[in-house]
Design a protein around this ligand. Structure first.
Ligand code: ATP
Ligand code: MG
Length: 418
């Protein structure tokens, strides 16, 4: 039997219902804050990611699904959304319209990582990108919106960490100091020995505990910040305090992509084990120019939806529509039930029946398996009097009702009017 590829998985009902609900909640919050959806291709030119994310990052160095197409062009399954949102904004000239562009996109990402709990090769993100403004108020709003989505789906134990990565000028100064520090110590992992020459910032993001321990006395980005970057960061923190968003500053937070500037943040959640980051984001003021576009300061975040689903409280997702099952006995009743089925659906009531001539007992257990709230029992005898039996599955209570009144009675039951 052919199986799915390692690290890729099928998401099945009823879990898919919970996924849809989470996406719905995110869409509602995005609406409230003025964000609109983009739907983007899953494949892009490799160059887009190589250029924006940076050659020494984990993503570009070892995690991309890259392959030549039939013409030999190098294509890559998207490992993240920000670069392609900026690509799409520039290509479709969204940057020419006045004002900010507030965009979101939801869908799968691909990274060739070692599959484990909370880490898949196809995973799913809810992405937000706000293009065209550098105001610290926007940074605070984006973080508030992220926390609102996570709060509305029922997460309670979250830790928001924030940091400022400064602008390219502050970073240049910092990189020089960091490089000296890294060269002054021995014992770095192979990756970090390479990174300290090519891209010292990446060392801060190393997953090795040994490198992290060596970093204990490393210089802090914060101490190299220019006045403008420090003021920007200060205002973001002030607003987070004003809106009572709990956070902690983490001066070592750098994020795994090269394009970040100024505000960077991450949300860790309890219950996820080792892979506990449920969302991350930050400002990327230089990315548009990096991709050949005009100056376009921007900030965004990505929620890891797979991890979010993992810790969603079970009571968080509301139950689906109350369902009615039509149990039929006899050919005339079966035929009449087809009309009733469509009448119920026309009233907005979810309804199903058996088409395979099961016994009444088998139909009742099917109704149970389907989670039906009500069962209508319709036999040839009931048909003669234009009546049916309505059974409430929760209590087992039954009553006779007139067939033509059934849709109205059921609708009233379900909307709680009687
Ligand atoms: P990590 O440090 O866990 O590898 P990251 O910094 O690579 O995360 P981002 O690029 O910031 O992750 O992506 C944002 C979010 O997407 C992460 O916080 C996480 O929830 C989720 N995510 C990233 N990679 C995976 C993966 N392979 N499987 C499942 N979720 C993922
Ligand atoms: Mg990663």
């Amino acid at each position: 039997m052919i199986k799915a590829i390692r690290g890729m998985r099928d998401i099945l009902p009823p879990e898919t219902g919970r996924w849809q609900w989470v996406e719905q909640v995110a869409r509602e919050v995005f609406d409230l804050y003025g964000y609109q959806e983009l739907r983007l291709p899953l494949i892009e030119r490799t160059e887009l990611f190589a250029r924006s994310i940076g050659p020494d990052t984990d993503i570009v160095a070892k995690e991309m699904y890259t392959f030549p197409d039939r013409r030999g062009d190098s294509l890559t399954l998207r490992p993240e959304a920000t670069a392609q949102v900026v690509r799409a904004a520039l290509e479709n000239r969204l940057d020419r319209a006045p004002g900010m562009k507030k965009l979101y996109t939801i869908g799968p990402m691909f990274r060739y990582e070692r599959p484990q709990k909370g880490r898949y090769r196809q995973f799913h993100q809810i992405n937000c990108e706000a293009l065209g403004a550098d105001a610290p108020e926007l940074d605070a709003e984006v973080i508030l919106m992220l926390m609102e989505i996570l709060g509305r789906v029922g997460l309670t134990q979250m830790r928001l960490s924030v940091n400022s990565l400064g602008c390219p000028e502050c970073q240049q100064d910092f990189k020089a100091r960091l490089k000296l520090f890294l060269q002054s110590k021995e014992g770095w992992c192979d990756d970090c020995r390479h990174r300290r020459e090519t891209n010292p910032l990446r060392v801060l993001d190393c997953k090795s505990a040994h490198c992290q321990a060596l970093l204990k006395d490393a210089p802090m980005l914060k101490d190299c910040q220019c006045e403008a970057c420090a003021a920007h960061y200060g205002r973001v923190l002030e607003l987070l305090n004003r809106f009572r968003v709990p956070f902690e500053e983490n001066p070592r937070l750098v994020r795994g992509l090269d394009y970040y500037t100024r505000t960077a943040f991450e949300v860790a959640a309890a219950g996820l084990g080792a892979q506990d980051a449920v969302a991350g984001g930050g400002r990327y003021n230089g990315l548009s120019q990096e991709l050949g576009g005009p100056e376009m300061p921007a900030i965004g975040f990505a929620i890891g939806q797979d991890r979010l689903m993992e810790i969603l409280p079970p009571e968080a997702a509301p139950p689906g529509l109350a369902k009615t099952f039509l149990a039929v006995l006899g050919d005339a009743a079966r035929d009449r039930a087809l009309t009733l089925l469509q009448d119920l659906r026309a009233k907005g009531l979810a309804a199903e029946m058996d088409f395979e001539g099961r016994s009444l007992k088998a139909q009742m257990s099917l109704a149970d398996r389907l989670g039906a709230t009500y069962v209508i029992i319709l036999g040839d005898r009931e048909m003669e009097t234009d009546q049916a039996v309505l059974r409430r599955m929760a209590t087992g209570g039954q009553e006779q009702v007139a067939l033509k009144e059934l849709p109205v009675i059921l609708a009233n039951f379900i909307t709680g009017k009687i």
